[in-house]
Design a protein around this ligand. Sequence first.
Ligand code: SAM
Length: 307
Amino acid sequence: MSPSMITANNSWWEVQVIADQSLEEQIFWRLQSFGCQGMATQKKDGKLYVSSYIPMEKGKVLDLAALALWLEQDAIAVNYDPPVTQWKIINDEDWSSSWKQHWNPQEVGDMLVIYPAWIDPPADCDRKVLRLDPGSAFGTGAHATTQLCLEALEMRLWDVKPEDNIVVADVGCGSGILSIGALLIGASQTFAIDNDILAIKATNHNRQLNNIPEEKIWVQEGSIQDLIANMPKPANGFTCNILADIIVDMVPYFDQLVDENGWGILSGILIEQVPKVAKALDDHKWVVATFWKRQEWACLTIRRSEY
Ligand SMILES: C[S@@+](CC[C@H](N)C(=O)[O-])C[C@H]1O[C@@H](n2cnc3c(N)ncnc32)[C@H](O)[C@@H]1O
């Protein structure tokens, strides 16, 4: 460990973790739970190099030492060598450029490619280009749960036509990636909500980056109840990539979020948490239609039960 001891206003910690590649999801999750943002990974010679960033005021040196210890314990628990964790302070203006170096275009599913705002896609790109500048909000497309949701949206929306006027609700929109993805794939309008104001700013910014008119994405800070209260009528489907316990608390509201033929896409759920979510769904007359997994993450598509 090599913590730098400089102090400065508007500065960030850059936390770097070097580990076995198999630990990618685990490290990603641990850093995210700690409050790290703008995560990026590189793989070289069998090793994984993760860079992530956290505002200085959110992480004290002792907290970072504890984070390093958790990362070690996580690895040892699954019989891997402990990762090397180091951190240093960088200035605000260096933060975006530091982590931007690590972020490359990423294909997701059969239709989309996610391009960082600072890289121009080629004119002859054969995929639908989703441009993203995630700022401080979750949702760069690098995380398995976001990818699973985009792929599930593709399955749901691949054959819709503009005249179908499909409306999607996006609960916990983060960077707005799922709303923008849904519109690119075929939805006509989305209604997005997040309880973090940074996510609202990021979603608006990314909407503009993708030349999407304001009326196509309604976005506001708030909860699922606020979303329901503000939609003119229930949506056709919804996405909700949040943690399992939060999803369980939201299940009683799903009925009001979508119409009687409505569907949902849920992720942010660890595999071992699926039974808990499935039980809450069953209690409220929803059934799991498909269950996909990537690493330790699950993505459920759900529909209303007929019974
Ligand atoms: C894992 S991120 C998902 C972001 C994006 N939708 C994606 O799929 O990449 C979860 C988001 O849900 C938001 N969130 C967490 N709890 C929430 C709640 N109770 N109501 C609304 N948003 C919430 C967080 O602020 C965060 O932006």
